[in-house]
Design a protein around this ligand. Structure first.
Ligand SMILES: CC(C)(COP(=O)(O)OP(=O)(O)OC[C@H]1O[C@@H](n2cnc3c(N)ncnc32)[C@H](O)[C@@H]1OP(=O)(O)O)[C@@H](O)C(=O)NCCC(=O)NCCS
Length: 163
């Protein structure tokens, strides 16, 4: 399946979500559950990949998800996602989550994740996606790193299948 679709820059998929973490998201110690953050990461990756392919998507794999700092109840989360690379029917999305104490302005990067999303038709069969048009130095670097992650993923899968 070769893509005949016009290439799109990563900026077309850029997704920003901002929300305050309340008691629904947290535990009794005052921290936000990792699972609550994972759900938001998946939602942001879904929106970014749909903006790129303008169709339905499913999450095929969470390639990595690192919790770098805890999130506290009352923090405002800013979730930023964009497509870093697109192949035949799949796309890699980078998602970063920043927290901010809205009263003081203090904040930091708390989570970084890479997900593989696949475009599908109404029957759930994979369909072609537009290529990525990387133009800036940062977009080209993102694209190279996405290729390296995909190669590593494919190599790992084939090594594990040989065992
Ligand atoms: C993802 C899914 C559509 C792939 O279908 P499939 O018939 O295996 O399709 P293919 O083998 O032709 O692979 C299609 C693409 O998905 C990629 N892919 C499939 N499984 C993958 C995995 N586990 N991890 C990363 N990429 C994967 C392939 O590399 C291929 O990418 P490319 O076309 O860009 O080269 C199918 O496995 C599925 O529906 N999974 C369930 C998804 C789901 O329910 N997610 C949670 C809720 S959204």
């Amino acid at each position: 399946m070769t893509s005949q679709l016009s290439a799109k820059p990563p900026s077309e998929s850029l997704t920003n979500m901002t929300l305050m973490m309340g008691v629904d998201h947290g535990n009794t110690a005052g921290f936000v559950h990792g699972g609550s953050i994972m759900k938001l990461v998946d939602e942001a990756a879904g929106v970014a990949s749909m903006r790129h392919c303008r169709g339905r998507v499913v999450t095929a794999q969470v390639d990595s998800l690192s919790f770098l700092a805890p999130v506290h109840m009352g923090d405002v989360l800013s979730i930023v996602a964009h497509v870093t690379q697109a192949w035949t029917t799949s796309m890699e999305v980078e998602v970063e989550v920043n927290r901010e104490n809205p009263r003081t302005g203090e904040g930091e990067l708390t989570t970084r994740a890479y997900l593989t999303m696949v475009a599908v038709d109404e029957d759930g069969h994979p369909v072609s996606v537009p290529p990525i048009l990387a133009e800036t130095a940062s977009e080209l670097r993102d694209q190279r790193k996405a290729e390296a992650r995909r190669s590593a993923r494919i190599e790992l899968r084939s090594r594990l299948e040989l065992q």
